[in-house]
Write a protein that binds this ligand. Sequence first.
Ligand SMILES: [Fe+2]
Ligand SMILES: [Fe+2]
Length: 248
Amino acid sequence: MGKQPRPADTPLSSRQLEEIRRSQFVDVPPDNAPHRGLSLEEVLSEEFWEARKAELEKRVSKKRFAHSLGVAATADQLAAIYGVDRRKARLAGLIHDWDKGFDDDGIRVRVRQLGLQDAIAPGVVEKMPQVLHAHTAAAALAREFPALPPDVAQAIDRHTAAAPDMTPLDMIIYVADCLEPHRRFGEVDKLRQLVGEVGLPQLFLQVYEYWVYLLMSRQKPLHPATIEVWNAYAKGLPKRKDNDGKHN
Ligand SMILES: [Fe+2]
Ligand SMILES: [Fe+2]
């Protein structure tokens, strides 16, 4: 496999972080109160998508912004292929990395300020801060936009650690995050060829397998839910031939 390290996001300045804190945290000032007047149709509209896109551009690095647009487009394609609501997939894809601009300490603070610490597996907040942005984004977006469909928030929440009971929308966001066009390393091209050729659970499992393999090959810690997620999907799938799916 070619060595192509992924550059880290450009950290936000302390002033930018303070602006985000003021507008997003529990103690929101009145001018940034939750958008309670919006309907479900409005949240799933093109106008809402464009408004969040403009906001996202200010929250994350250029590279992360381009990645997010790639995930939205890929999620839209996958939704069309696998018969899932395309508006939800495109929206969840756009905003899945809403909180990726926080550094490790910043995201831990955000977990506490959103009251999420007890809902996250023990040890993850301290040892795996890179997965936390999924949980904080889902919680913060659901609070700011009460009409955001719960399944969209859930797909955002599950895009890093996955879950044993992934819905088709959850799987689409997970897969799109890994296969969007800016991902150009290792076996992603092989995985892209499976789109439309295999069912969605099989596609998800192969992408998940590759991601776990990458983490292990880089000697990174695995999320405590990994075995549970793996076992939930690995059972019942057709047995693979000996030389399929080897990671060279
Ligand atoms: Fe992410
Ligand atoms: Fe992402």
